[in-house]
Design a protein around this ligand. Structure first.
Ligand SMILES: C[S@@+](CC[C@H](N)C(=O)[O-])C[C@H]1O[C@@H](n2cnc3c(N)ncnc32)[C@H](O)[C@@H]1O
Length: 266
């Protein structure tokens, strides 16, 4: 069977089941199956592929149809120009969160900050990017051992020098940090049903906070004791209560104009 035919079959399955970027995704699935890059796939439509490859492509397409995110199938996600390994134990790093990493890098350079904590590191994407671009000392913490295992894989893959710590919020830390960066879980339990089936496949511990944002308030209160700055990704509907907090410097918007990063100075 020619690669072109196989990809047509995959993209029509994906399209039939309303997978948004079905052409791009069928290319990525073919490339992943053949262990080649997208360019190879697009420039070799007449390549003869055997049944096993085609069945594997069908298997991955079926997983997509059932709502598994593509990044969990290919185990790859780009963030800040670096390629991260991901699996179902971590949130897939979002392009929006690059705003947070970029803002943190700006603060680290501008205020010559040295000791950084990435709280709720997940795949390690924020921590490893910050360390990569600033060479500051970065500690990455998470309550989830499974997430820390993924962060450790990325630490090795990307030859990073970050330190990994397991702990609940800031309870593991006595020492001071110049800056705490965090993309905490901030989706309300009442919002869960409205999430896409892809997002529902991500770990609940990475997505959901409590209905009263106590987790977010705890991050702010605990940071006061041990950090000079806190940069935190937020949901736009959190601005109303964050604006009551006297240490809030500002709330920055993402590229779509939504409130996305809260900056605190203690
Ligand atoms: C929204 S994800 C962010 C992951 C990653 N930093 C990113 O931006 O892609 C939130 C992370 O916080 C972690 N987390 C949730 N509750 C926590 C807690 N009480 N203490 C520490 N980490 C927590 C989750 O395990 C998850 O990895």
């Amino acid at each position: 069977m020619k690669l072109r035919k196989a990809m047509q079959a995959i993209s029509s399955i994906l399209r039939k089941h309303n997978v948004g970027n079905f052409l791009l995704e069928s290319t990525i699935i073919a490339a992943y199956t053949l262990k080649k890059d997208d360019l190879f796939v697009l420039s070799n439509p007449d390549l003869e592929i055997n049944q096993t490859f085609f069945y594997n492509m069908l298997k991955y397409a079926r997983r997509r149809v059932y709502g598994e995110p593509l990044a969990y199938i290919t185990h790859k996600k780009e963030f800040m120009g670096l390629e991260f390994y991901v699996n179902k134990n971590v949130l897939i790093p979002r392009p929006d969160t690059e705003n947070l990493a970029e803002e943190a890098i700006y603060y680290i350079r501008n205020y010559s900050l040295k000791n950084i904590l990435d709280l709720g590191t997940g795949s390690g994407a924020i921590a490893i990017s910050i360390e990569h671009f600033t060479h500051a000392t970065v500690i990455a913490s998470d309550i989830s051992y499974k997430a820390l295992k993924v962060a450790n894989i990325n630490k090795k893959l990307l030859k990073s020098n970050i330190y990994l710590v397991n702990g609940n919020l800031l309870s593991a830390f006595k020492s001071n940090f110049d800056i705490i960066v965090s993309n905490p879980p901030y989706i309300l339990p009442s919002e869960f049903n409205s999430l896409s089936k892809e997002v529902k496949n991500e770990p609940k511990i990475a997505l959901l906070c409590d209905q009263n944002y106590f987790l977010i308030q705890n991050i702010i209160n605990q940071s006061k004791n041990i950090a000079k700055f806190l940069l935190m990704e937020i949901a736009p509907n959190m601005s109303f209560f964050l604006e009551q907090i006297s240490e809030l410097v500002c709330i920055k918007q993402d590229y779509s104009g939504f409130d996305r990063i809260a900056i605190f100075r203690f």
